[in-house]
Design a protein around this ligand. Sequence first.
Ligand code: HEM
Length: 121
Amino acid sequence: MATSTLGMITGIGAAMFFRKKKNWLKIHKMVNSISFVGMAAGIVMAFYYVFETGDEHINGVHQIIGLVAFTSAIVSIFLGFHQFKAKNKLAIRLAHRWLGRFSLLMFLTAIIFGLMLINII
Ligand code: HEM
């Protein structure tokens, strides 16, 4: 999950600060899509771990924020692809931007609560 978050930061960083380079969209698309797959794998592993240990699912702040982050990433990636074909391109583009930023903020918050959960901070 931490590696995928670094990927999200890199991909979004390309969209925010390297727009003048001609490859920014290719990089953004590829890095964010790969990071999204990594996130999905992490979520599956976390669910499986909780299932195996017999604990309760989604029973804390880290888990809730992580789920909110992942759900907004699913919608963001959909909007990312959809914005090129949509009738209301500008609205979809704006929604993609803001939801993408929000999901990154939620991923970073989930990391902080995750580190608190394992007593590192
Ligand atoms: C989970 C995956 C993704 C996330 C979290 C994400 C997030 C973001 C964010 C935060 C921005 C705005 C950067 C800024 O200016 O502040 C952005 C811009 C953009 N993204 Fe993504 N993105 C994702 C996937 C994709 C994909 C798959 C595509 C294309 C197929 C895409 C296409 C674009 C485009 C075209 C822009 C520029 C929009 C504009 O001109 O305002 N994104 N993305």
